[in-house]
Every structure is written in C-alpha cells, then in structure tokens.
Ligand binder design. Structure first.
Ligand code: SF4
Length: 99
C-alpha cells in the first residue's frame, strides 16, 4: 500500500514518478494512520504523542531521505513524511529559500 494521502493526489502529482521506495517504508501497514491527523478534532497533547510515535518510526526507516525529498518536491501539506511534520517541512522550505 502506498503512503499517498488522498489529499495529496492531484492530476499534477508525480504519480508517474518512481514511488517504489514507498514499499520499503517503515510506516507501511497498520501503523500508517498515525502519520496523518485523524478526521476528528485532535487535542494538542494527543497530536504531539502521535507525531512523536510517527517520527520514531521514521528514524528507523531506510527510505527516510527519499520520503522527505518526495514530500518537499510535491509540497505535501499533510502528515509526517521523512520524519518531519508539515509545519517543519514548511520551515525547512523557507530556510532553503533564504540561502
Ligand atoms: S520516512 Fe517515515 S513517513 Fe517516510 S516512508 Fe519512512 S516511515 Fe514512512
């Protein structure tokens, strides 16, 4: 199962890109849900715990760099990719643009 959040799939998404690395993601499987916020309202403390758990999984992942690059390339707005939250990726993008 690919870790493509439904909201990230557009007609212009890099669907034609090689996404086979996603098959090797440590998040593949039932734990995948913790990488995205739930549909219901989530308390701040719950969000922090969920994100911390997801990031721990990312730290063990063999495709972390590819995952982060992909999320940055498509400006993914949701979820944790490559060990970073959407907010952290925006900050990274901003810091890179200032160089
Ligand atoms: S880096 Fe994290 S989000 Fe990306 S594939 Fe690996 S475990 Fe999943």
């Amino acid at each position: 199962m690919l870790k493509i959040h439904p909201k990230s799939v557009t007609s212009e998404s890099p669907a034609k890109a090689d996404l086979s690395w996603q098959d090797r993601g440590a998040c593949k499987g039932p734990c995948q849900a913790i990488f995205f916020p739930p549909a219901r309202l989530e308390r701040r403390t719950d969000r922090r715990l969920r994100e911390a758990r997801a990031k721990e999984i990312c730290q063990t992942c063999s495709v972390q760099e590819k995952c982060l690059t992909y999320a940055m390339d498509i400006s993914e707005q949701h979820g944790i990719w490559g060990g970073l939250t959407a907010r952290e990726r925006r900050a990274l993008r901003s810091s890179r643009s200032k160089r």
